[in-house]
Design a binder for this molecule. Structure first.
Ligand SMILES: [Zn+2]
Length: 110
């Protein structure tokens, strides 16, 4: 499927995906914040599990729990944000830009 410019008819059209980028960034920040909370919870449960193996187990357990909790939150947030931004791109923003005449436009469904 090719998209052509509504102004000049050129096929040199690129998707800008700005919403996707911004959404992904916002999502990653929000996700990292909730990931930090997840890291705390992960560290606590990790320390509990590790407690069976003594002091070293507590350290390793907290670290593993924190890393897993933080990663999971950040990744989930980033993905959700990017998805949200994508929706924004396709429905709200002028997601396409013509390289020939520079006009921005949103793709309309035919
Ligand atoms: Zn054009």
């Amino acid at each position: 499927m090719s998209i052509c410019c509504p102004s000049c008819g050129s096929l040199r059209v690129v998707a800008r995906n700005q919403g996707r980028k911004i959404g992904g960034a916002i999502g990653a920040v929000g996700g990292t914040a909730s990931g930090a909370a997840g890291a705390m919870a992960g560290a606590q449960s990790g320390a509990l599990i590790g407690a069976f193996a003594g002091p070293i187990g507590i350290t390793i357990g907290s670290l593993a729990g924190a890393i897993l909790g933080g990663l999971a939150g950040g990744t989930a947030g980033g993905l959700a944000g990017a998805k949200m931004g994508e929706e924004f791109d396709s429905h709200v923003l002028d997601n396409y830009e013509c390289h020939h005449c520079g006009v921005s436009f949103s793709q309309t469904e035919y």
